[in-house]
Design a protein around this ligand. Structure first.
Ligand code: CO
Length: 133
């Protein structure tokens, strides 16, 4: 059911500096995109086998703002895995006793596809995102 690693999301205190560091290493770095509905500015870094999303809060209400408060130098925020069927994946997640964040129903993610996030308290302290392909 769980499939390809789609992206690793990293919260960064300085989006320009982070972008410049990856670009200096020869990675393909996108322009900054402001995703108002998610409260984040994001830069996509593309590699041959996966992507990194560099995340920075748009304002103090952003979900990333609290994370950066606890991790001021930045850090890994979540891992995103592709799933074929989000409803089936959500049922399986419930079966193994893992809660989905929010009201449990999918939201539209940064790539315009439905996503859910698993409660990190139920999953080794790691925030996982499932994105329907
Ligand atoms: Co993500």
């Amino acid at each position: 059911m769980i499939s390809w690693l789609n992206h690793v999301a990293i919260a960064v205190p300085d989006l320009k500096k982070a972008s410049a560091q990856y670009a200096a290493l020869g990675a393909t770095v996108s322009e900054q995109q402001d995703l108002q509905e998610h409260g984040v500015a994001v830069v996509f870094v593309t590699f041959p086998n996966t992507k990194i999303e560099l995340l920075h809060p748009l304002d103090e209400n952003s979900p990333i703002a609290g994370f950066l408060e606890k991790n001021p130098r930045g850090g890994v925020h979540h891992l995103c895995f592709e799933v074929e069927n989000l409803d089936a994946a959500s049922r399986k997640v419930a079966e193994i006793g893992v809660r989905i964040l929010g009201n449990g129903s999918p939201k539209i993610g940064a790539h315009g596809k439905p996503v859910v996030f698993l409660n990190p308290s139920d999953f080794q302290g790691t925030l996982l995102e499932f994105e329907q392909m």
